[in-house]
Design a protein around this ligand. Structure first.
Ligand SMILES: Cc1cc2nc3c(=O)[nH]c(=O)nc-3n(C[C@H](O)[C@H](O)[C@H](O)COP(=O)(O)OP(=O)(O)OC[C@H]3O[C@@H](n4cnc5c(N)ncnc54)[C@H](O)[C@@H]3O)c2cc1C
Ligand code: FES
Length: 258
């Protein structure tokens, strides 16, 4: 489905993150993303941070020029939406550990809501650079998740990386599965912890996207197209790929990163 719709609501979630809500009737599931386009600017892939009903939403972190322009959109502005695309988290209820870094919480929040509704017991390890940047901390608490916070500067919760919190939790409590989204270097550490403690990990991965239909190769990650084979991948598909947690490719296919 594709449509041009007005933004109905704009919420400043943190000093650098804004949620835009819009009416979009297409069915969507947690983990999926849309391509969103602001007239006069580029189109970006954005995970759906609200997937239920007609009122969908995306939560945009300020990164470069396009995301900054998207953040400045006011209610009433028209945006182009196509999708949703990609696969979803498997919502089998169990003892879930969800590890979110920065804006990664955007895709994890609707997944946590859906799996809690199916009876799962969810613990969220939520990390940010500083307390005001803890995205969806209160939303996770309201849905009934236990939330363990970490901040790089020690302004709230554990003083240090969220990967340390995740590793401690995995070493001290039984979990059936881990879902993670955030910087790839963070997800790589979560995958290593999961593998040490024998718990399967699924990662939501980002790549440059153009068609979102599996046709242009822009989002290639090893043998996979992130737009159709992902964005949610079991860790065992990612760990053999040198580029997971290593490098990615820009719009012209050039290697970026180490
Ligand atoms: C599946 C998926 C889900 C995502 N979900 C979110 C989310 O929920 N919240 C969030 O804040 N970000 C999300 N992103 C990242 C987002 O799409 C952009 O990469 C990020 O906002 C940076 O774009 P920019 O224009 O601000 O950066 P810049 O570095 O300024 O971008 C440089 C140029 O590249 C283009 N560009 C940048 N990234 C992409 C991309 N991934 N695909 C195509 N063109 C791109 C820009 O439009 C611009 O023309 C997601 C990415 C993917 C692949
Ligand atoms: S964005 Fe074109 S193949 Fe994935």
């Amino acid at each position: 489905m594709r449509s041009v719709v007005p933004v109905t609501e704009r919420v400043e979630e943190t000093p650098t993150t804004v949620t835009l809500r819009f009416d979009y009737a297409a069915a969507a599931a947690p983990g999926q993303f849309v391509m969103i386009w602001v007239p006069g600017d580029d189109e970006l892939p954005m995970s759906l941070s609200y997937t239920e009903g007609r009122s969908k939403g995306v939560t945009v972190k300020e990164m470069g020029s396009t995301s900054r322009n998207m953040q400045s959109i006011r209610p009433g502005t028209l945006v182009g939406i196509r999708g949703p695309y990609g696969n979803t988290f498997s919502l089998d209820p169990g003892r879930m550990l969800i590890v979110g870094g920065g804006s990664g919480a955007a895709v994890l929040a609707p997944a946590a809501e859906a799996v809690i509704a199916r009876g799962a017991k969810v613990t969220v390890a939520l990390g940010a650079t500083r307390a005001p940047e803890l995205l969806f901390r209160d939303r996770f608490r309201r849905m009934g998740a236990r939330v363990e916070v970490s901040t790089d500067d020690g302004s709230e919760g554990y003083h240090g990386f969220v990967t340390h919190v995740a590793d401690r939790l995995l070493g001290s409590e039984p979990f059936d599965a881990v879902w993670t989204c955030g910087p790839e270097v963070m997800m790589r550490k979560v995958v290593d912890s999961g593998s040490r403690h024998g718990v399967p990990v699924h990662c939501s991965v980002e790549r440059h996207m153009k068609c979102a239909l599996g046709m242009c190769d822009a989002c290639a990650l090893g043998p996979y197209h992130v737009c159709v084979d992902g964005p949610v991948f079991p860790a065992e598909r990612l760990t053999p790929l040198g580029e997971f947690g290593g490098f990615h490719r820009d719009s012209s296919g050039r290697r970026v990163g180490p």
